[in-house]
Design a binder for this molecule. Structure first.
Ligand code: GDP
Ligand code: MG
Ligand code: K
Length: 283
């Protein structure tokens, strides 16, 4: 029985399966996620003297379960609680890719970011400061080229270290500001969720509140089974949605997405991406 489970997550086409194959070789097992037709690939590797189960999650842009793939990926992370998640990011589309990364961080998941496709980034003369990104996100960031196997050992080592450190302990989920109205509702709901210990055995209180505000049907359904507090949280969310609709002519969901992208672009502006203009002109 493997000691650790590490999941490979990321957007479609970010190189997950290529990395999965580079790590596991022929030692693969294919099955299905419970309740859906989405294929689940698993393999076992030995690294750092540990036996590690690697799971290739379906590609997702978000952790909002709009599709079977997104639902399968999120349920695996929430319910199976892998010891670490390696987020395979296409470094050529960093801004869009980090949208998923940030959602893992809000969920309090131990994440190692693999900046993949670095061969293409280098060819385009884009300079990415991965150490700076690691500082700003407060997680390990490793540059990789999955097709060449470049960076895979270091990436795995970081994930195993992360898994060992975080075994049994809780991470501090990232807290993003979503603007005055949403933040106020989030704070209130978070306090109530904590006081009632409403689903907090698996999930951070603020994340649960955020999902109520987003109107996440899967979390709402879990909540209805769990406790009477769910009625109150739904009522607060409806009131907020009405207020946001009246005053800003938009939905809380759209506001949340805007602020997440704002959070990401502020990180990227702090010296993460440097385009070498001189080189660009020469080529
Ligand atoms: P998945 O959808 O995340 O599983 O992505 P795949 O592993 O199927 O990869 C998508 C495409 O990107 C394939 O054509 C891969 O060969 C290619 N690819 C994967 N990793 C790299 C990389 O590091 N560099 C380059 N240039 N291509 C890559
Ligand atoms: Mg794949
Ligand atoms: K590509």
């Amino acid at each position: 029985q493997p000691e650790f489970t590490i999941a490979l997550a990321g957007n479609p086409n970010s190189g997950k399966t290529t990395m999965f194959n580079a790590l596991t070789g022929a030692r693969q097992h294919v099955g299905n996620y419970p309740g859906v037709t989405v294929t689940k690939k698993e393999g076992v590797v030995n690294s750092q003297g540990k036996s590690v189960k690697i799971v290739d999650l379906p590609g997702t842009y978000s952790l909002t379960p709009y599709s079977e793939e997104e639902l399968a990926a999120r349920s695996f992370v929430v319910d199976e609680k892998p010891h670490a998640v390696i987020d395979i990011v296409d470094a050529n589309t960093l801004e869009r890719s980090l949208y998923l990364t940030v959602q893992f961080l809000e969920l309090g998941v131990p994440v190692v970011v693999a900046l993949n496709m670095m061969d293409e980034v280098r060819r385009r003369k884009i300079r990415l400061d991965s150490a700076r990104l690691a500082d700003l996100l407060n997680v390990p960031v490793i540059e990789t080229v999955a097709r060449e196997g470049e960076g895979k050992q270091e990436m795995l080592k970081e994930a195993i270290e992360f898994a060992q450190q975080n075994k049994g302990s809780e991470l501090n989920p990232v807290r993003i500001s979503y603007g005055e109205d949403i933040d106020k509702a989030l704070d209130e709901m978070e306090q109530k969720i904590l006081a009632a210990r409403f689903m907090t055995d698996r999930l951070p209180a603020r994340w649960i509140a955020l999902k109520y505000i987003e109107g996440d049907e899967e979390v709402l359904a879990r909540g209805r089974k769990a406790d009477a507090l769910s009625m109150e949280l739904e009522a607060t969310s409806h009131k907020l949605a009405k207020h946001v609709r009246t005053t800003l002519d938009t939905s809380p969901e759209a506001l949340i997405a805007d602020h997440r992208y704002g959070f990401i672009s502020s990180i990227l502006r702090q010296g993460v991406v440097k385009k070498d203009v001189t080189q660009e002109r020469i080529n």
